[in-house]
Write a protein that binds this ligand. Structure first.
Ligand code: ATP
Ligand code: MG
Length: 390
């Protein structure tokens, strides 16, 4: 019998009618993800999804890592099936977990019996296997409260399973369960993290990036596409819409007082994001804004930027410190790319004294000199669409 991967589902959403659709979505997401690592059978039983090799070309290590990046999975472990008798279970545990058993200081055995015809109770099984392992590995003390290692046994209809240690999964909800949104992706540290956070809540994402050649370079655009690529193990395949933004920025520079540049530019980003969302049927706009981080992220400024859209603007980083954002960025694997030097359209024409407490009426009045509808329509028409594969 061969080793397989077991993914535990989140508990909270498993209640009631949600359960079926939650599981179906999770299984199809897992299936797609592990298909890059060989042929697998993916199926669920009792709040666990089994990822079982179905060929010789399976890279189980890669599949294991992939499973840990699938939202909706709270923990991942490996397991080796064996015959349903105590002797076979003991021998399997000894060899399969020999590394863990010979280094841990304390352990316990926990058993679960789905097959009620199995002759021993769960407690008896744990005691017998625990006793044998204790004898075979003198380094191990029994500790039923806080053991370093828990050897988990399961007796199912088709086989007994010896589990390896459980590792944390990505948590959250399966991608797609939370609807879809447009995420504003720049080349910075914040927006890949805000995208990841919403994907974690099950939101499927389409990225929108504003690009201002010749003020921003081809390299800056490539960097954003690379960030999107680095998000795919978590967020799945993604499309990035590259929106030409130069003309809008130049028009703002011509028509608006300098201290309003950034604010009006951000209003244009939001308008275009909403147009993209409407086109897709997406239900929200995601940004990496964080309260007080820069002048355009004060409460007054945020009020002015969201004034031009009716969709909810989701800002998952709003209450986080930069250090917390950086920590997450390292964890998800986008940090090293984010800190590569680059220009963003936000850093072009930055005012020397941006308004931190803008008044909405004033901003609207200043902006009236621009033909927002026509400028947005032209930018929309000039978009480039890039598909980022998993
Ligand atoms: P980040 O690290 O994400 O670039 P930031 O701290 O530099 O964020 P801003 O430049 O003010 O903050 O941008 C705030 C948010 O606006 C970003 O997190 C992102 O969601 C969006 N944004 C900024 N520039 C762009 C761009 N060129 N294309 C798409 N979205 C952008
Ligand atoms: Mg930025």
């Amino acid at each position: 019998m061969q080793e397989m991967i077991l993914c535990k589902l989140g508990e909270v959403v498993l209640k009631g009618l949600n359960r079926r659709s939650f599981e179906d979505k999770l299984i199809s997401n897992l299936r797609r993800r592990v298909s890059k690592c060989g042929n697998y059978r993916v199926y669920s039983k009792q709040s666990t999804v089994y990822v079982e090799p179905a060929g010789d070309d399976c890279d189980l290590n890669a599949a294991f890592d992939a499973c840990r990046q699938v939202f909706g999975v709270v923990s991942v472990s490996r397991a080796l099936p064996c015959g349903k008798d105590v002797r076979a279970i003991i021998e399997t545990a000894k060899t399969y977990l020999s590394g863990e058993l010979s280094t841990a200081k304390s352990f316990k055995v926990e058993s679960k019996r789905a097959d009620k015809t199995f002759p021993l109770t769960s407690i008896q099984l744990s005691q017998q296997v625990g006793g044998a392992l204790h004898q075979a590995f003198p380094n191990l003390a029994v500790d039923v409260h806080e053991p370093e290692l828990t050897v988990f046994l399961e007796i199912r209809d088709d086989a007994a399973f010896v589990h390896g240690p459980a590792f944390a999964g990505a948590g959250g909800l399966p991608l797609g369960m939370g609807g879809s949104a447009v995420t504003l992706l720049s080349g910075g540290i914040d927006s890949p993290v805000s995208s990841w956070m919403m994907a974690k809540r099950g939101v499927a994402l389409e990225a929108v990036h504003f690009f201002s050649p010749p003020y921003t370079s081809e390299a800056a655009k490539e960097k954003v596409l690379r960030l999107a690529k680095e998000l795919t193990p978590w967020c799945g395949r993604m499309r990035v819409q590259i929106v030409p933004f130069t003309e809008i920025q130049e028009e703002i520079r011509r028509k608006a007082p300098e201290d309003f540049f950034t604010l009006i530019m951000r209003r244009f980003m939001m308008r275009i994001a909403q147009l993209c969302a409407e086109e897709l049927g997406a239900k929200a706009i995601v940004t990496g804004e964080c309260l007080g981080q820069v002048a355009s992220q004060t409460m007054e400024a945020l009020r002015c930027t969201e004034d031009v859209v009716s969709l909810p603007v989701l800002r998952p980083l709003i209450g986080m410190d930069k250090e917390e954002i950086v920590r997450l960025s390292r964890k998800i694997g986008t940090f090293d790319t984010s800190i590569l030097p680059y220009e963003d359209c936000c850093t072009v024409f930055t005012p020397r004294h941006p308004k931190t407490k803008p008044h909405l009426d004033e901003v609207r009045a200043v902006e009236a000199a621009l033909d927002a509808g026509a400028l947005c329509a032209k930018a929309m028409a000039g978009r480039e669409f890039v598909r980022i594969k998993l």
